[in-house]
Design a protein around this ligand. Structure first.
Ligand SMILES: [Zn+2]
Length: 140
């Protein structure tokens, strides 16, 4: 999205919204939070270079979870499981859904993991792992 923005071109908020994939309301909020525009222009004129710089500053670096961590949507960060406890709901012979509470805010976190990683969660990270099968299907 950011590649379509030309540094030396002026944009209206609607054009800026279209190019960055956000709504015009978001562009207005960005302007309130520091996105520069040319003073006393209506509609506002935003320079491509200012738009590029602002969008780049908004992008947070990708955060990677350690094997024992899940990404907490509330904290917006990788977090270790509270009480060193995780539950793994077995999906199939190879993988399961790891479920844990965030150690900071106790929000439920989820992560798909290979079942081969379960032993390492116990031995290397000292977690208490409970394996569960939610759907038991019989193949007859
Ligand atoms: Zn959290």
């Amino acid at each position: 999205m950011i590649r379509k923005i030309k540094r030396n071109r002026p944009y209206t908020p609607d054009e800026a919204a279209h190019l960055t994939g956000v709504t015009p309301v978001t562009i207005r909020r960005w302007r309130e939070r520091g996105l520069m525009s040319i003073p006393e222009t209506r509609p506002a004129i935003i320079l491509g270079c200012d738009l590029i710089d602002f969008v780049k500053a908004q992008q947070t670096p990708k955060q990677h979870c350690q094997p024992h961590e899940c990404y907490c949507l509330k904290c917006r960060a990788p977090r270790a499981p509270a009480f060193d406890e995780v539950e793994i709901i077995v999906i199939n012979v190879r993988s399961g859904n790891m479920r844990a509470l965030c150690c900071e805010c106790t929000t439920v976190m989820h992560k798909r993991i290979p079942l081969a990683a379960v032993d390492a969660l116990r031995s290397e990270h000292g977690l208490t792992v409970t394996l569960r099968c939610e759907r038991i299907t019989e193949d007859t």
